[in-house]
Design a protein around this ligand. Structure first.
Ligand code: ATP
Ligand code: MN
Length: 481
């Protein structure tokens, strides 16, 4: 007989036929009640062992973390909290777990401890819930774009272009450290490297994605990206997953509409599919916030926050308006900001973004039309700006508790303007000839954005550290597992 998933058993009507379940013991109470979990759901199934007719030797091996197979009948449960339970007639220990040594004890562990045990933390309710939500969100991403007729493009992970400027890169090389081949003037001779040139891990698939949008119309990428930025924050990973749609003929307003619609869709999809996991995560957040002073606790529960995002329009605010708000804000006047906003042109730090989202607007905000000099070379220069106030059609979406979740723009479609910008920034046009070709042959208005998948998972799960929403986080000084 094949075993049935715990999720399906819990949804079955009791009956006299035999069922089989396999999973890991979460707890074993009174020598009688096993709480069995197989990962299919956050809920455990209670398995009632007939301890009088089970050898002592076997009972001793039913310990937290052990893998077991039980056979029995599914009966109506007498206990509170579950409809059905298994009256066990046969139990087999598949894999023992030494109760003294098993790190995941049935008690509260710190998130830090769980991070150190990332290979086992997935056996806790919290990480089971987070990773099921993550999986559902991934599927929703594909479903959204596929339903809308976008094509999924796999841009290269090893790239030859180092001009993207999105962040510090990790080098990819097969050259030896000792006896590195040198050119006559003493520089590393990359001609002898695997690819015959310098290569890096990608920081973004955008530039390659644009070439595909200019043929397939609407495309998206969803893959790993890498940034060697030494920023040890709760929002940055060295390896993270990014979703990058790119659409021919979309302008900045279309781009904002797409991003907003997309985010609402994937959240709704996940709320509909992951109700039990989200309920659990909501309670976790409430419990966590009990240790905070009243003023720092959220006004809304997790599910309320998710509904709020789904039901309300994101507030669209130009950079110039945002600067005026920030200049006049209390923390700016009281010099509470670490970086004071003095004039137009200042780059926004996360403290400013969070002020706008959490204190001022109290909803997701789309900031647009940023100063050209603080944004990337490929962004569309706005026409008719005031002298000395060149802006580009960029947009960032800021979320409460997260800060920047999306960065995007309408792209500069004019060959001459793009080339001039690259020259001014000393970006090698020979390196990016293929990117310039999209503007030489059949150029058109187009736009896209990048959404950091883990930041989305952070928001949906209500977790606060990005290391807790990816299975095996990569951060400075840490690549365990
Ligand atoms: P930030 O200012 O937060 O560092 P960024 O401006 O460098 O972000 P972009 O280059 O616009 O970000 O990348 C697009 C999106 O990718 C961001 O909006 C964010 O959601 C995500 N992202 C960027 N860097 C990281 C990182 N190191 N770890 C996780 N997600 C990231
Ligand atoms: Mn960054």
């Amino acid at each position: 007989m094949k075993h049935t998933k715990v999720k399906d058993l819990l949804n079955s009507a009791p009956g006299l036929h035999e069922v089989k379940a396999k999973g890991w013991v979460r707890t074993f109470r009174n020598n009688q009640f096993i709480a069995l979990n197989d990962g299919s759901t956050i809920n455990n199934i209670q398995c009632v062992v007939d301890f009088e007719n089970t050898p002592e030797e076997t009972l001793k091996r039913i310990t937290t973390g052990a893998a077991v197979c039980v056979v029995g009948t599914l009966t109506e449960s007498q206990g509170a909290g579950q409809k059905v339970e298994i009256q066990v007639s046969k139990i087999e220990i598949l894999g023992d777990s030494d109760a003294e040594k098993y790190p995941m004890q049935p008690k509260k562990h710190s998130l830090e401890f769980l991070r150190e045990n990332a290979h086992l933390r997935i056996r806790t309710n919290m990480f089971g819930a987070i990773m099921r939500v993550r999986s559902t969100l991934s599927f929703a991403v594909h479903q959204y774009f596929q339903e809308k007729g976008f094509f999924y493009v796999n841009t290269p992970i090893i790239t030859g272009s180092d001009a993207e400027g999105a962040g510090e890169m990790f080098r990819v090389t097969s050259l030896p450290f000792d006896g590195t081949p040198r050119t006559e003037d003493g520089k590393v001779n990359f001609k002898e490297d695997f690819f015959g040139r310098e290569t890096n891990l990608t920081v973004s698939g955008q530039l390659e994605g644009e070439t595909y949008a200019m043929a397939l119309g609407q495309i998206y990428t969803f893959g790993p990206t890498f940034r060697a930025e030494n920023s040890n924050t709760s929002r940055h990973l060295a390896e993270f997953w990014m979703i990058e749609p790119e659409v021919a003929f979309n302008n900045l307003a279309d781009n904002m509409d797409l991003a907003e619609d997309f985010i609402k869709y994937v959240i709704k999809y996940t709320v509909d599919k992951c109700g039990e996991d989200l309920k659990f995560l909501e309670q976790r957040l409430i419990d966590e916030e009990k240790s905070k002073p009243q003023a720092e606790r959220s006004e809304m529960t997790l599910l309320e926050k998710l509904s709020f995002v789904m039901d309300n329009n994101f507030k669209r605010v130009s950079y110039t308006e945002a600067i005026d708000i920030l200049k006049d804000s209390k923390p700016n006047k009281n010099k509470k900001f670490q970086y004071l906003i003095e004039e137009w042109g200042a780059d926004l730090q996360s403290e400013h973004e969070r002020f706008l989202v959490e204190k001022h607007f109290k909803c997701p905000v789309i900031l647009f039309d940023y100063p050209a000099k603080i944004k990337a070379f490929y962004m569309r220069l706005n026409d008719n700006t005031e002298p000395g106030r060149d802006t580009v059609r960029a947009m960032d979406i800021l979320f409460p508790g997260i800060g920047e979740i999306v960065g995007g723009s309408q792209r500069e479609e004019r060959y001459d303007v793009l080339l001039e910008k690259m020259k001014a920034l000393e970006i090698d046009e020979k390196e990016l000839y293929w990117y310039l070709d999209t503007r030489r042959f059949g150029s058109a208005v187009h736009s896209g954005f990048g959404l950091g998948f883990e930041r989305l998972v952070l928001f949906v799960t209500g977790m606060s550290n990005i290391r807790d929403v990816i299975p095996f986080p990569r951060t400075p000084q840490n690549a365990e597992f």
